[in-house]
Write a protein that binds this ligand. Structure first.
Ligand SMILES: Cc1cc2nc3c(=O)[nH]c(=O)nc-3n(C[C@H](O)[C@H](O)[C@H](O)COP(=O)(O)OP(=O)(O)OC[C@H]3O[C@@H](n4cnc5c(N)ncnc54)[C@H](O)[C@@H]3O)c2cc1C
Length: 587
């Protein structure tokens, strides 16, 4: 064992001792190398699932169970001498892994992040492993012949190993990863063309996150791409992406039901294509159906007597032709703001109905917060998207909560004038019920916020009317009656009231019993409203094995979709290739 000073804060030395202790199976020693509240987040490297261990007891139990089957070895560090944090490379029985370690002032690990990168026996055919593209004796026909043969046979003469339900950005990113991994995969989507989900959204929509955060795997956006992508431009990019990555997609195809056969380990899936029911028998079904599938539309009294138009935000396209009209927009989050702004720009008079408080973040502050990892400056400093994603993932959620709370306390000060203007207009604001801000709200419930790209100014100066802390009592013939007795006239009512949950899809498309077995998707058990405990410390059921064999969930924003599609694809590839591994189960 290396001769190490107990209080050394050099990550190079720490890793050497860590590696020696793991090699000799000295779990006690490994645990003592962690700070009392230090945490180890693992993505597949040892656990073959996604899990964070927040104390020495949890780390010890995990190592007791996983060390023998994974045998981590060949550690190397990428860090300046004396640095207290740095990158880690190592191997396990199954593959090559990467990590990131942060030490505290006493030389103990505050955070360790480890993640499987590639399978040893089945390396990803990219970079140095890329195919030659030249004919060889095994090839039958040209590239085009082979591509067409694969497309024609998959789902008819041959079965996909993986069926991805939903060809939005999530389904396409995962499809691309699996294509590169050589896993037979079919994507089904009810839209006629890839990218249509984005195209179908309201006309004024642009991405709220900057371009550096949004790249798709393998094919980044070109250098002249705008910072905020208009939704139809993203739709076109996704359509091109599906073609470039040679994805097998059945468009205009609806996934209608699925039942799992425990004996064969296969699914019996029914999809409707060209009016015909087709049975498919994949080993794995990935639900990449998004969380914007089931519009949540309250069932107000009077909905049948209101004479104007009623649409859910997902059906709203534009305020064109609404000049001079009164529009009541129910809700005060992202879509409500975007739609109100669009109505103002089209000469209409929107009134936003805010039932409870909303977290608002200035767009430029959002970009500033992301700047260290995702920006032109970060790129110039050599921080690739891949490394930025890895660093982003390396902070366990409990620590992220603390960091976010501090950041939001600062934002409250730096953007005080902005918030005061909104408050003066009667807008109810929050920073999350425990002050942890937007990112944690997103991970908890994916709702309750607006990233300001212009509508807040309109709320503040009254161009967007506002009624706050009121409920809709009922709809009337000519408008809405509010709980405070006011009747608002309306030519149109827009329900910006959100969407149903991912588990709702399972109930509707698979079965109630499978939905109950799996439990909720998303949320990490923070205990905040909408995300009840127990504390999980990871998003529930996302990108990792679920309680239902062969059923997986994929989705989230573009960054999550890009990052986690890699790990979901590796899990499916390992199963496809019959790699030996064990999923760690802490129960
Ligand atoms: C208005 C709005 C603005 C957003 N802005 C941003 C943003 O700025 N940045 C960001 O990163 N995220 C944003 N999001 C959130 C999120 O990234 C998007 O919702 C994104 O589209 C999610 O991608 P996805 O592939 O998981 O799901 P989706 O894009 O919703 O794709 C799901 C696909 O599944 C298909 N499908 C559903 N059911 C079936 C079925 N039974 N059979 C066959 N196909 C089916 C649908 O046709 C659809 O194509 C926004 C969301 C909304 C609603």
């Amino acid at each position: 064992m290396a001769d190490i000073e107990a209080a050394s804060t050099d990550v190079n030395l720490w890793v050497q001792q860590f590696s020696d202790s793991l090699a000799s199976g000295n779990i006690v020693n490994v645990c003592e190398m962690f700070a009392e509240h230090g945490a180890w987040r693992d993505v597949l490297a040892l656990t073959w699932t996604i899990k964070t261990f927040e104390n020495r007891g949890g780390i010890a139990a995990m190592l007791e169970s996983t060390l023998r089957s994974t045998l981590p070895h060949d550690f190397a560090v990428e860090a300046e001498p004396g640095a207290c944090e740095g990158w880690l490379l190592f191997k396990t029985q199954q593959g090559s892994c990467k990590g990131y370690v942060r030490l505290d002032g006493s030389g103990k690990a505050l955070t360790v992040f480890t993640a499987l990168q590639d399978l040893e026996e089945h390396q990803t055919k990219t970079g140095k492993q890329r195919p030659t593209g030249l004919y060889d004796d095994l090839d039958e026909g040209t590239w085009l012949d082979r591509k067409q043969a694969e497309q024609n046979s998959l789902g008819t003469d041959s079965q996909p190993y993986v069926l991805i339900v939903g060809g939005g950005q999530g389904g396409l990113a995962l499809g691309a990863r699996l294509k590169v991994q050589g896993v037979p995969t079919l994507i089904v989507d009810r839209h006629a063309k890839s990218g249509d989900e984005w195209r179908s959204r309201y006309n004024s929509l642009t991405l709220h996150d900057p371009v550096w955060y949004d790249h798709m795997p393998y094919v980044p956006f070109p250098d002249n791409w705008p910072i905020y992508t208009p939704k139809d431009k993203l739709g076109d990019f996704l359509e091109a992406y599906a073609m470039i990555m040679e994805l097998n997609i059945w468009n205009s195809t609806e996934f209608v039901s699925a039942a799992h056969d425990e004996n064969s380990g296969e699914w019996d899936v029914i999809v409707e294509r060209d009016g015909k029911a087709i049975h498919l028998h994949p080993a794995h079904v990935v639900m990449a159906v998004g969380n914007a599938g089931f519009p949540r539309k309250p069932n107000f009294t009077g909905k049948d007597i209101f004479q104007g138009d009623q649409v859910h935000s997902s059906e709203y396209t534009s305020g064109e032709g609404r000049q001079g009209q009164q529009v009541v927009v129910i809700g005060a989050n992202n879509s409500a703001h975007d739609i109100c702004a669009d109505l103002v720009e089209n000469g209409a008079k929107p009134v936003m109905i805010q039932r409870s408080s909303t977290l608002v973040l200035k767009g430029e502050t959002n970009s500033k917060m992301a700047r260290a990892l995702y920006s032109e400056e970060a790129v110039e400093q050599g921080l690739t998207t891949e490394r930025a994603d890895f660093l982003n993932a390396s902070l366990p959620l409990r620590m992220a909560e603390h960091a976010q709370k501090e950041a939001w306390a600062q934002i409250a000060i730096s953007d005080a004038e902005f918030y005061q203007k909104l408050a003066d207009a009667g807008f109810q604001l929050d920073f999350g019920e425990d002050g942890t801000g937007l990112f944690m709200k997103y991970l908890r419930t994916a709702s309750g916020y607006y990233i300001d790209v212009g509508a807040s100014e309109m709320v503040a100066d009254g161009r967007i009317g506002l009624r706050s802390q009121v409920e809709i009592e009922q709809l009337t013939e000519n408008g809405v009656l509010l709980s405070d007795g006011e009747e608002l006239p309306a030519d149109m009512i827009v329900f910006a009231t959100g969407f149903g949950s991912m588990e709702e899809w399972v109930k509707r498309l698979i079965s109630l019993s499978v939905a109950e077995k799996i439990g909720p998707c998303w949320g990490y058990g923070s205990g905040a409203a909408g995300d009840p405990g127990p504390w999980e410390g990871e998003l529930r059921n996302m990108w990792k094995p679920t309680a239902q064999d062969g059923l997986w969930f994929h989705g989230g924003n573009l960054q999550q979709s890009r990052f986690y599609s890699h790990y979901l694809a590796l899990q499916l590839k390992a199963r496809y290739e019959n790699v030996e591994f064990a999923v760690y189960d802490s129960n």
